[in-house]
Design a protein around this ligand. Structure first.
Ligand SMILES: C[S@@+](CC[C@H](N)C(=O)[O-])C[C@H]1O[C@@H](n2cnc3c(N)ncnc32)[C@H](O)[C@@H]1O
Length: 471
């Protein structure tokens, strides 16, 4: 295995933690790793929250947790365990800046905490908001849904992104029902209808809309591709079906039952948190407002979250040939797209292990390593650094960020993301520790069918990293 300076020891001992580096520490602690027993002691209970990947077992790929086929970073049990451990009976402000399908926001709300879930992708925000609906409300909307489903089809613009995926008559039914939902449940007091590309809607509206999107996906034509993270329109989009409304009602009923079947229920307390479209690199939150960050950032595996949600984005009005789609793809952390400009130099301010990894990738003899791959990895760490700096700003002193991260590979080079995040966070003024690690049953990198490493199961590890905002 090639050494990147970080690959020889894929995991730091879970008993070791590190204080901020010289540049960040007020006390001027040296750059050497400083065991921080206080932090390790504080986090002892977190290890009991492992394992993380139970959600990817087949039994978890149905019901409530499968409302959107997202590769979630951690289980609900893990999120609950972490918040019990860190909350100690207090009410917390909990943030997930890469909220995805909303495991953190759902569990934090369930437990009575104030939750903030942010994601660049409006599809993720729709799913996360839908998960906040109260089962009593969801179970009692069939009559309402039937009425909305009878909305008269409306004409669609020739530029409507749904037309790439379905016959015009189906898109017309879809837009009529979508307008009915938004008119009834998604307008503000001034009568303005929410713009789904950027604005939030209430949980019941999100629940009904997600059911409609799922029904429409069934009625759409999607190409069969070997890579499950790549979604493209198929050839059968002229097929006209008249029953989108009936399918929608069936989805609403099934999803309501799945919600009601959950062992943990939401209280009737008002949803005081927020789920919104935002960039983790520029958080719309004032300084020192957050107690706990619980999240799973995109990994270094070139998964294109935007392309994988192409159909759902089209439903929300963002077509795959639009400038907005391209903007989203470019802005997403871990994007496989190289942003404009020359491959940049490695900043001296970045930690040695990241600099050494990037240098190894740049020097790798394989095709495009020096140009494309080096640049995408460079972008990844630039984004991770910007986001960590933002988390440091919004956390209260002593507040904790808990990250779930996976190792991956570039060719034979191990990218030990958990250790790299600890080093990066430390350079920005956090104390950091790898709390525990586990072997991954199905790593995100292995989802790529052409991954040369997909048989190297034993080498994939998933770890919990905890970062504390230092005083
Ligand atoms: C690994 S997923 C999170 C999974 C989540 N923990 C769950 O339970 O579903 C990463 C998420 O980060 C989002 N994302 C990527 N870049 C982002 C950015 N710059 N700002 C905010 N969200 C971003 C992606 O859209 C994706 O939903």
């Amino acid at each position: 295995m090639r050494s990147s300076g970080v690959s020889r020891r894929p995991f730091h001992s879970s008993e070791t933690s590190y204080g901020p580096s010289r540049s960040a520490s007020r006390r001027g602690t040296g750059p050497e790793l400083r065991p921080d027993l206080r932090l390790t002691t504080r986090l002892r209970g977190l290890r009991a929250c492992l394992p993380l990947d139970a959600k990817r077992k087949p039994s978890r790929q149905s019901g409530f947790e499968s409302w959107y086929p997202y590769y979630a970073g951690f289980t609900e049990e893990f999120a609950r365990g972490v918040l019990v451990e860190l909350g100690g009976g207090r009410s917390l402000t909990v943030l997930d800046p890469w909220n995805g399908s909303g495991t953190t926001t759902r569990i934090a709300y369930e437990m009575g905490h104030r939750a903030i879930g942010l994601d660049l992708n409006p599809v993720a925000n729709l799913v996360a908001t839908a998960k906040l609906v109260h089962p009593e409300d969801a179970l009692h909307v069939p009559g309402f849904t039937r009425r909305l489903a009878s909305a008269k089809p409306v004409g669609v613009r020739p530029s409507d992104p749904l037309l790439l995926w379905m016959a015009p008559s189906v898109a017309e039914q879809y837009r009529a029902m979508e307008a009915a939902i938004l008119n009834e449940l998604g307008t503000t007091s001034s009568g303005a209808v929410a713009d789904l590309r950027t604005e939030s809607i209430p949980p019941l509206a999100a629940f009904m809309l997600l059911a409609l999107v799922r029904a429409a996906r069934e009625a759409a034509s999607l190409r069969d591709v070997t890579n499950p993270t790549w979604t493209m329109p198929g050839e059968g989009r002229r097929k006209a079906i008249r029953t989108l409304g009936t399918r929608w009602q069936a989805h609403v009923a099934r999803m309501a039952e799945e919600l009601a079947a959950r062992r943990t229920v939401l209280s009737r307390s008002a949803w005081l948190g927020q789920i919104r479209t935002a960039d983790a690199r520029a958080l719309p939150i004032r300084a020192e407002q957050v107690d706990v960050v619980l999240t799973s950032p995109p990994y270094c595996t070139r998964i294109d979250y935007v392309v994988s949600s192409s159909f759902e984005l089209a439903a929300l009005g963002i077509g795959s040939n639009s400038a907005e789609f391209e903007r989203l793809r470019l802005a997403t952390m871990g994007t496989p797209l190289a942003r404009r400009g020359e491959p940049p130099e490695i900043p001296r301010a970045w930690p040695a292990d990241i600099r050494s990894l990037l240098a190894s990738i740049r020097a790798h003899p394989s095709k495009a390593s020096r140009s494309y791959y080096y640049k995408t990895f460079w972008q990844y760490f630039a984004d991770a650094r910007a986001a960590l700096a933002e988390l440091n700003r919004v956390l209260r002193v002593g507040g904790l960020a808990v990250f779930v991260l996976q190792t991956s590979f570039y060719k034979e080079i191990c990218v030990d993301l958990p250790a790299l995040y600890v080093g990066l966070a430390r350079s920005l003024g956090f104390n950091g520790v790898v709390v525990g690690a586990a072997r991954v049953q199905r790593a995100l990198a292995q989802i790529h069918p052409h991954s040369v490493h997909h048989r190297r199961e034993s080498l994939y590890r998933e770890a919990v990293v905890a970062l504390e905002k230092a005083a």
